[in-house]
Design a protein around this ligand. Structure first.
Ligand code: AHR
Length: 514
């Protein structure tokens, strides 16, 4: 046994020497695991925007597209498969112009409104509170409602909570019963405004903090329905906002939000195409995506000052890539394709959130269907699953699992003057003792990762992955399965190490069983 082991180690070392640029070294610590990765990190967001609700989830009366009560059943089945834990609604910017009472009762009698934020289209309010809760019931996910602070009132939010959560005799409970739902829905997640620094009212953090305190006071915890109130948080690196909000709101809120979008060019005027870009733009996009790590660290450090026990959750309730819209589509509808680059962004960002699970307790990809970085795209009766969807499929094993700290020393992937670590990772142990490691290889060349496993016993290793030859590859309605989940067989136990050969541009998940 001994000489054989020595030969294997030698071969391994020679291989490493010859190919040292392409080898990343990782250490996985299975011993001191204590943090749970909240399943809510895998949350979703659907706004009344473009074709997200209308022509997405919600079909027209009498539509031939299979539906249940006008909710598309193919989308529901796809999302159920990946166990989305929560859905944020009705916005976004739309939320701060939305008056929930316009969206209940007899549909033909509901007032219409102009969706001023998104294309100036007429909103007929046919999809409202009860329809949203019906959808969440079908998806088996928790609703996350964003209440109107910008143009709403304290009374309006307070009554919305009563309408959804009060079990007893009250005007709002009676209205809910009239609308066919005598039992309360018991919605826990409530956003108190959205982007209150911008489309949600252009407030200062001091003014918003006072508003939060007023709104939160009258958003009541009814018996059996305690609320998790989420304060509107910073835009990207606005650390001042976090400072003021933590000082003035602190643990009056269950969570404080953070919004950050990956813009390929870094220029909001011309963000770059979703599918037509070169390697320079690919790497600058990944650098911009990795900025999330710095944001989470710096906002966390401020939160730690006021909340060292980490009771207030960081809620990254809008994230994802934001590109130019597809040519010929309504600029106000934010419809973009989803490429292999999006899959790498999803894997990388979810690794960041997993690794910060002690503070990041919730996150919401923007947006689930037909808007920005979607999981699902539709074209009339057709539906395709995006590369991003397949990454959420792979990563669902991390939901509610215990985080296993993993450190990784990775060679850089470089294009001209831009460099990023080629490989990133996160890992967890599920309730059955099964360990999962997710690796993302951003490099256009294959990479080897050698992982030392501390206090992790396993007999077998299996893998699944999402990969494609080009970062610009995508699933189209003509070729819906160009990028999908495939088996990964490139991982082996080599002595004390687990060695994985990651294909270029890949998101890989390894399953280690005893
Ligand atoms: O997700 C699209 C928009 O981005 C949201 O409505 C808003 O909150 C953010 O600016």
């Amino acid at each position: 046994m001994k000489p054989l082991f020595t030969i294997i180690s030698l071969v391994f070392l020679l291989h490493q020497r010859a190919d040292c640029q392409q080898t990343a070294q990782a250490v996985l610590n299975g011993k001191d695991a204590k943090t749970q990765i909240s399943r809510h990190i895998y949350g979703q967001f659907s706004e009344h925007l473009g074709r997200s609700i209308y022509d997405g989830f919600w079909v027209s009366e009498g539509s031939a597209i299979p539906n249940k009560g006008r909710i598309r059943t193919d989308i529901v089945a796809a999302l159920k498969k990946i166990h989305i834990p929560n859905l944020r609604w009705p916005g976004g910017c739309f939320a701060d112009e939305y008056h929930w009472r316009d969206g209940i009762g007899e549909r033909t009698k509901r007032p219409k409104m102009v969706n001023t934020n998104w294309g100036g289209v007429t909103e007929d309010n046919s999809f409202g509170t009860n329809e949203f809760l019906e959808l969440c019931g079908m998806l088996n996910c928790e609703p996350y409602i964003s209440a109107n602070v910008g143009s709403g009132t304290v009374e309006e939010m307070s009554k919305w909570v009563e309408y959804l959560n009060f079990d007893g005799v009250s005007p709002m409970a009676a209205l809910r019963t009239e609308n066919g739902h005598p039992k309360p829905y018991k919605v826990s997640f409530w956003g108190v405004g959205n982007e209150s620094w911008g489309c949600g009212g252009s407030m200062t953090p001091d003014f918003y903090s006072d508003q939060f305190r007023r709104y939160a006071t009258y958003a009541r915890n009814y018996p059996g329905a305690p609320l998790k109130k989420i304060a509107s948080g910073a835009n990207s690196d606005d650390y001042h906002w976090t400072e003021v909000a933590m000082k003035n709101i602190g643990n009056r809120a269950w969570g404080l939000s953070l919004h950050y979008y990956t813009v390929p060019t870094g220029n909001w005027g011309d963000k770059g195409s979703a599918t037509n870009f070169d390697e320079k733009q690919y790497i600058s996009t990944m650098r911009n995506c990795l900025h999330m790590e710095e944001l989470v660290n710096k906002h966390s450090a401020i939160m730690d000052k006021y909340d060292p026990a980490k009771k207030v959750a960081m809620v990254v309730d809008e994230w994802g890539i934001w590109t130019n819209v597809e040519p010929g589509t309504n600029p106000g509808f934010l419809f973009q394709q989803n490429s292999m680059r999006d899959a790498l962004i999803a894997g990388t960002t979810l690794n960041i959130f997993n690794n910060h699970a002690d503070r990041v307790k919730m996150a919401n990809l923007a947006q689930t269907v037909n808007v920005l970085q979607s999981l699902v795209l539709t074209q009339k009766e057709k539906m395709i699953l995006t590369p991003t969807y397949h990454v959420f499929d792979l990563y669902q094993v991390h939901q509610d699992a215990t985080l296993l700290p993993i450190t990784i020393q990775s060679p850089d992937y470089m294009v001209d003057d831009i460099k990023v670590p080629a490989v990133n990772a996160s890992a967890s142990r599920d309730s059955n003792g099964v360990v999962h490691i997710s690796f993302v290889n951003l490099n256009t060349k294959k990479m080897t990762v050698s992982t030392v496993l501390q206090s992790v016993d396993y007999k077998s290793v299996q893998g699944r992955m999402v990969t494609s030859a080009k970062f610009t590859d995508y699933n189209s309605f003509d070729q819906p399965d160009k990028i999908t989940v495939t088996a990964f067989t490139g991982a082996k136990k080599q002595g004390a190490q687990l060695v994985a050969e990651l294909p270029a541009l890949s998101v890989v998940i390894l399953t280690l069983k005893k």
